[in-house]
Write a protein that binds this ligand. Sequence first.
Ligand code: 4H6
Length: 249
Amino acid sequence: MRIDILTLFPEMFSGFLEHSIVGRAREAGRIDVRLVQWRDFATDKHRVVDDAPYGGGAGMVLMIEPLWRAIESLRPPGARPPETRVIYLTPQGVPFGQSTACDLARETQHLILVCGRYEGVDQRARDTLFDGEISVGDYVLTGGELPAAAVTDAVVRLLPGVLGNDQSAEHESFMDGVFDYPHYTRPEEFEGMKVPEILLSGHHARIEEWRRRQAIERTLRVRPELIDRADLTPAERACVEAIRREGEK
Ligand code: 4H6
């Protein structure tokens, strides 16, 4: 997969791209991430890419022309979704989630992430240049760089062969719409806090069942709305109803 990140601040990505899973995926040649300096597509010698808003008001607006030129240079003629996608990171975007990450990992070979700043881009760019707009949550950041890093990380770790262990990708929190189960490691007891006995029992089937119930209980407590859309077996649905009834008492 190729990922182009169009930004005014490429330095913000250096640590992130070099380390951990994304760093290794790059070294292994599974992904080709390029940081693209927005100013390189300015049309004047001062490399200006923003201007004051028509109609007045605070802040600056990213001009359409440099952005247009950038996307022209990054996207081959005729390249279209889902194989090629130009995504704008904005607080006004469609909420990003694991299902969007899965779709991008599966269908998209060339992802172009546009990191806005200031008051964002000229509306005409939004009307014509983007294949989608994504928000990583209901909060405002100074720029789209952190959201672009989040989307990159979430997508790259789903690419085949990127996580050494494919099981951990399968078993993970959220793959079926339920949180991960609680994890414990040594020591068996710390400051009086013990590891749940069941995990030391060696009863694999019962451990699986316990973990699943813990995961469902926690999801129900923290994010009850997730459970309705979760991928649960009939037995697990019955378990949800039982926990809900217990909670009503
Ligand atoms: C586009 C338009 C994404 C991008 C405006 C971006 C949060 C998210 C930005 C802005 C972002 C998210 C610039 C508006 C700073 C507010 C960059 N913030 N902003 N939730 N900020 O995904 O002022």
